[in-house]
Design a protein around this ligand. Structure first.
Ligand SMILES: [Zn+2]
Ligand SMILES: [Zn+2]
Length: 185
């Protein structure tokens, strides 16, 4: 199923689909074009955001399955290679590979670093690696924002306390003033 907005050269995510035989699709920014089309052709439109998101999830899962099968394939090839080395009595070479594999401890690795290594290993281009670094940058920014937010909260609490104290002092003074007035009457 094609999930492109039917307005020419539009690259936005689609949200609506009409029931014409051509099944035209529209994104959120082209809602006006959608109503113009519907009133002209007397067709009805329905939201397909859910279906579209489902498709995206499926595509992501497929891509990850692909990486998974590549990793398995690579491991199998390495096992064959080690077997061949042992069979041809090149034990030193085989030991080097075995030692390397033993130090990998794939599952204990930090996830970001591991994804980065796998990408490098599978020769995936730098734009994908950039996504990882962008993500790390965003995480860092989020941390700073949180810290700033906590500091601001502390400052606000301090100011609230000061305000409360000043209010109390004000009340005391005005009470005193009232009392002096009463005495002077
Ligand atoms: Zn239509
Ligand atoms: Zn559009």
């Amino acid at each position: 199923m094609d999930f492109k907005c039917s307005v020419s050269r539009c690259l936005e995510d689609v949200a609506w689909q009409c029931n014409c035989p051509e099944k035209f699709k529209f994104c959120l920014t082209h809602g006006k074009e959608m109503s113009n089309h519907s009133s002209l052709k007397k067709c009805l439109t329905e939201s397909i955001k859910g279906k579209y998101l489902e498709l995206l999830v499926k595509q992501c899962t497929n891509a990850l399955n692909h990486v998974e099968s590549d990793c398995i394939k690579l491991a199998q090839e390495m096992i064959c290679e080690i077997n061949d080395l042992i069979l041809s009595e090149q034990k030193n070479k085989a030991n080097t590979i075995v030692n390397w594999a033993n130090t990998l401890s794939v599952l204990q690795r930090e996830k970001n670093q591991y994804c980065f290594s796998v990408r490098k290993l599978l020769g995936i281009d730098n734009t994908n690696i950039k996504i990882v670094t962008d993500w790390e940058r965003l995480e860092e920014e989020l941390k700073t924002l949180r810290k700033n937010f906590e500091e601001s909260c502390k400052k606000i609490n301090g100011l609230e306390k000061e305000l409360k104290n000043s209010n109390e002092a004000n009340k005391k003074l005005s009470d005193e003033l009232e009392n002096t007035k009463k005495k002077n009457l």
